[in-house]
Design a protein around this ligand. Structure first.
Ligand code: 5GP
Ligand code: MN
Length: 340
């Protein structure tokens, strides 16, 4: 029996909202990851089995690496098909906002969600949820939105509806957001859930292979190049720093998702507790930071890089050139030196 961690009044309200709604749009953050794709499709498939019309809409295209997730091929990416996405959003009577805490995370889709007359329910595990939804189920102590969605299904009495495809969606997010159960993963409930999902048909070895241990040749060479040629270490700060410019990315035929785990890798070095990765995008620099222990990277990302996130995994976007972004990183190192 799982610990009952969700507020029963909110669950009651959620249940009546779900039961009353007929047409549900499920949304997640841009650059969708395993947890975003897993949680939206798990909830979408479950609601469909209850007879509702459902549509999963992502702000931009999800990486093809996640094509094994049930429901993947039916998702609509706003950037690819804005007219269809806007039509679906405007005709929905319920919008579920999964795996994001604020409308900034859905980019160009934000105004359509804000203006829609549909009821909005946020179900998420990021800190500091924005106040735009009618009902907010925010549980930052959950390791993934998929774990939270599992708990929601469990407490709502919907577990009978969780078949193999839904179980695969939930398992994918739980696995990817914990690095295959290698961090944030000491709560015994997680393993009760994993056991139940495996019982419902999840082949966990297959999902690990597809989600975490499958790579194109060009991606593998890009990662090797980034570590061998581009990683700089700053021992006085126990820091590592990797920059990939547009030229670097083009050289290795970069595809969205190819650098997903790169920011974590330098933390394998015992002398590194803070890893930073910059990737050059059109008009901005994508920032990713990872850390170990109580070294908080979300504060750096919000203060210096217009972003945020969790204590040990955060990100942001620097609006400016790569040179300016690098100068800002060095400024941050300088500021830290003064504090030490
Ligand atoms: P990643 O480095 O994998 O893009 O993101 C790691 C975590 O940082 C995400 O789970 C999310 O919580 C947070 N994050 C990443 N990018 C942004 C951003 O632009 N803004 C905010 N607020 N958080 C971000
Ligand atoms: Mn997540």
């Amino acid at each position: 029996m799982l610990e009952q961690v969700l507020d029963s009044n909110k669950l009651k309200e959620l249940k009546s909202i779900l039961e009353e709604s007929k047409s549900v749009v499920l949304t997640c953050h841009m650059s969708p990851d395993g947890d975003a794709v897993g949680s939206t499709n798990a909830f979408g498939l479950l609601l469909r089995s209850m007879g509702k019309q459902t549509a999963v809409i992502t702000p931009d295209q999800a990486p093809y690496d996640l094509a094994f997730v049930p429901g993947f091929n039916e998702m609509t990416a706003y950037t690819r098909n804005p007219i269809k996405a806007e039509r679906l959003i405007s005709s929905a009577d319920l919008i579920l906002c999964l795996d994001y805490n604020g409308l900034k995370r859905v980019a160009q889709m934000a105004p359509f969600i804000r203006q829609s007359n549909a009821r909005k329910v946020l179900i998420d595990h990021h800190l500091h949820p924005e106040d735009f939804a009618d009902l907010v189920i925010s549980q930052p102590e959950q390791t993934s939105t998929c774990e939270l969605v599992y708990r929601v299904f469990d407490q709502l009495g919907y577990m009978d509806l969780v078949d193999t495809p839904i179980a695969e969606c939930l398992y994918t997010g739980m696995m990817t957001d914990t690095g295959n159960f290698s961090y944030n993963s000491n709560h015994p409930d997680i393993y009760l859930m994993v056991a139940e999902l495996v019982r419902r048909g999840v082949n966990k070895d297959r999902i690990y292979k597809l989600a975490c241990n499958t790579s194109s040749e060009s991606r593998m060479r890009l990662i090797g190049y980034a570590i061998a040629e581009k990683m700089e270490l700053y021992p006085e700060h126990k820091a590592s720093f990797i920059v990939l410019t547009r030229d670097d990315l083009d050289r290795f035929n970069y595809q969205s998702g190819d650098t997903e785990t790169l920011a974590n890798m330098p933390l394998a070095i015992p002398e590194v507790v803070w890893s930073t990765f910059f990737r050059q995008e059109n008009g901005y620099v994508k920032v990713s930071m990872r850390s170990e222990g109580n070294f908080a990277v979300n504060t750096f990302c919000s203060r210096y890089f217009n972003g945020g996130g969790h204590l040990n995994a955060a990100g942001g976007e620097f609006r400016g050139s790569m040179e300016e972004a690098i100068a800002t990183y060095h400024q941050l190192l300088n500021d830290l030196s003064k504090l030490q």
